[in-house]
Design a protein around this ligand. Sequence first.
Ligand SMILES: NC(=O)c1ccc[n+]([C@@H]2O[C@H](COP(=O)([O-])OP(=O)(O)OC[C@H]3O[C@@H](n4cnc5c(N)ncnc54)[C@H](OP(=O)(O)O)[C@@H]3O)[C@@H](O)[C@H]2O)c1
Length: 250
Amino acid sequence: MTPLAGKVAVVTGASRGLGRAIALALAEAGADVVVAARSKANLESTAHLVEGSGRRALAVPTDVTSFQQVEALMARAVAALGRLDVVVNNSGVARVIPVAETSPAEWRQMVDVNLTGVFHGCRAAAPHLIAQRSGKVINLASVMAAVGLAGYASYAATKGGVIAFTRALGVEWARHNIQVNAIAPGWFDTEMSAPAWQDPKVRERLVHDIPARRIGRPEEIGPLAVFLASAASDFMTGQTVFLDGGHSAA
Ligand SMILES: NC(=O)c1ccc[n+]([C@@H]2O[C@H](COP(=O)([O-])OP(=O)(O)OC[C@H]3O[C@@H](n4cnc5c(N)ncnc54)[C@H](OP(=O)(O)O)[C@@H]3O)[C@@H](O)[C@H]2O)c1
């Protein structure tokens, strides 16, 4: 019942949404969890929820676009909780905007958080995971890397990058016994997707694209994250699992 007992996980973007749901699921599976994002108060709420399931928690305010801050985050995890086993690179931003209206600064911001943030998490965790010859990395991609939707081109490009990076890094780190996989969520009910779902017409159209005919609930991502963080997935690396109600398959 606790496949992650004795493990320490770092989850970025854990101040709300899918990151918070993943942090709680890992804690319920037995892991101590370090939660990171920019908003301290929300992070502390997640940390209290983790402690509620009987695990140790540490909230470390971090901007994933800063390599220095991400390096400090991994070092804090090891110093405070004794080890580092699981890294979930979940922080992300989505701006729905046609390319013709996107400024270079807006493009860079999305790349900096969604793609460079994933690189920072992997690069900063590398010395710890490689030295202990084990580790699990879970990167958050998106169904938008597999289906086209107007307004999402820049976001989709960052998530396509996450899938390619995950595949290549999975191969590169297989020799170190570190598994690197990604989850590509479809539409999930979080603050990020709320603007799209508020408009009933858009909602109707989007639901029509999803064979399950509904949006995902954040807690539905937990079991997959636990699987990818546990020994049950030791022979799986470089893969992206689409958790999307069939959206990418249709
Ligand atoms: N919800 C969906 O439908 C959906 C679908 C596909 C993929 N995804 C992906 O799943 C992940 C989680 O999304 P979500 O729906 O939970 O979004 P969300 O509710 O908007 O949460 C995003 C998280 O990222 C953090 N974040 C944003 N910028 C950051 C930065 N510079 N440094 C550190 N943390 C930062 C936010 O915390 P702070 O603001 O406190 O920093 C927050 O915790 C993202 O990678 C997203 O692209 C979501």
